[in-house]
Ligand binder design. Structure first.
Ligand SMILES: *Cc1c(COP(=O)(O)O)cnc(C)c1O
Length: 391
């Protein structure tokens, strides 16, 4: 059986006609830069996430970059990030001439550990840390309750890297609410890269926020800082979202919740299959905990509404298992094999302090197929293949 890591065809199959029609409308409109499709998508994403502002940009990377630019991050500044993320989380810091400061992750959630964040902020006597970027890795929100508290206490703005987590939710006990990923910090950044839960047919991204003046600055920066046209009080860039992408994303957005639900159902199926094969007490393989249903959501428990952009297990002999899966026609991926603090583009990567949990996760994690449209038979085959590897 062939089980790819991701197959977009089941999703695109049913939307094909509608997508083509909307793309043709954009072509016929001759509005190819900004315009009504982009504005409509911005409004729809803002409504979905519960924010007052959304600014379409050219990618998730540019969403992060423009958010840091709006904070005037530059040389001499530091930005606090987790070392276990996609490169963009660090790349944008370096591109602005600032330095990343790393807080190691929690080994269960793989998200930044607020205890480490607190230690680092408390020790930052020179107040060089000008922003923090928690990442909602794999579609599960970081511990926002504590991170927002630290952001406030130390006066360090919080930008959410929600590239993998559009629609995820997390309880904030203090506010007795379940805000969506990206809507809690000063700004949240999304990616519409095709493999994200809401993906375009090319690159795209968005910044969401509640603060009007921040939104205004981001929207100026995305278009060379021009206001009015050809008058530049700020140096921005071309970070605009393409209307063709906006048109496709508008077809997909109303289906997003049902795709989240299918990914969550698939995650629960994996959990049940692994349990029925007796992996519950096997130290060689740790699987994510059972899926929490929305009805069970309560502000008393720190349980996330995880959207499973990735379903990631932690295993012994990871690389040999991955080879076996590949031989059997099963796709998998390592997100990520090398911590950001060890990347060679950092001149001092060799001198970085050890990030124990990141280094262990980089050796042990493996993402399995989880996309909507994955069948029960495919999941049984994946779990059977893993089971026979460990027997
Ligand atoms: C995908 C991703 C990005 C970058 O998004 P692009 O649209 O590919 O530029 C940033 N951060 C994380 C955590 C991501 O997964």
């Amino acid at each position: 059986m062939n089980v790819p890591l991701l197959d977009l065809r089941p999703q695109h199959g049913e939307l094909r006609e509608e997508i083509i029609e909307r793309v043709v409308q954009v072509i016929d409109s001759t509005r190819y830069i900004q315009g009504p499709e982009v504005e409509a998508l911005e409004q729809e994403v803002a409504d979905y996430c519960g924010t007052s502002h959304a600014i379409g940009v050219s990618s998730g990377t540019d969403a992060l970059l423009v958010a840091l630019m709006a904070l005037d991050i530059g040389p001499g500044d530091q930005v606090l990030i987790p070392p276990f993320s996609f490169f963009a989380t660090m790349g944008v810091v370096l591109r602005l001439g600032a330095r990343p400061v790393f807080a190691d992750i929690d080994p269960i959630s793989f998200n930044i550990n607020p205890d480490r964040v607190e230690e680092i902020l408390a020790a930052d006597a020179g107040r060089k840390i000008k922003a923090m970027i928690p990442v909602h890795l794999y579609g599960q929100c970081a511990d926002m309750e504590r991170l927002l508290g630290l952001s406030q206490r130390y006066g360090v703005p919080l930008i959410e890297d929600a590239a993998q987590a559009i629609g995820a939710q997390v309880p904030l006990a203090a506010a007795r609410t379940w805000p969506r990923a990206g809507s809690m910090g000063l700004a949240g950044c999304f990616s519409f890269f095709p493999s994200k839960n809401l993906g375009g047919i090319g690159d795209g991204g968005m910044v969401i926020c509640q603060d009007e003046s921040f939104a205004r600055k981001v929207s100026l920066l995305r278009n060379h800082g021009a206001h009015p046209k050809y008058y530049h009080a700020l140096v921005g860039g071309n970070f605009r979202l393409d209307p063709i992408q906006a048109a496709v994303l508008r077809v997909k957005l109303p289906r997003l919740e049902s795709w989240h639900a299918q990914r969550r159902r698939n995650a629960q199926r994996y959990h049940d299959l692994f349990s029925s094969f007796g992996f519950a007490d096997d130290e060689r393989l740790q699987v994510p905990e059972a899926v929490h249903e929305p009805q069970a959501r309560s502000c008393a428990t720190n349980v996330n509404y995880h959207i499973y952009n990735q379903y990631v297990i932690r295993v012994h002999e990871r690389d040999a298992l991955r080879d076996r899966l590949q031989e059997q026609g099963i796709g998998s991926e390592i997100y990520y094999p090398l911590g950001l603090h060890r990347q060679h583009c950092l001149s001092d990567s060799a001198d970085m302090p050890e990030m124990k949990h990141t280094e262990q996760a980089a050796k042990e994690t493996l993402a399995l197929p989880i996309y909507p449209g994955l069948t029960e038979a495919m999941q049984e085959y994946v779990v059977q293949t893993i089971r026979s590897f460990y027997r």
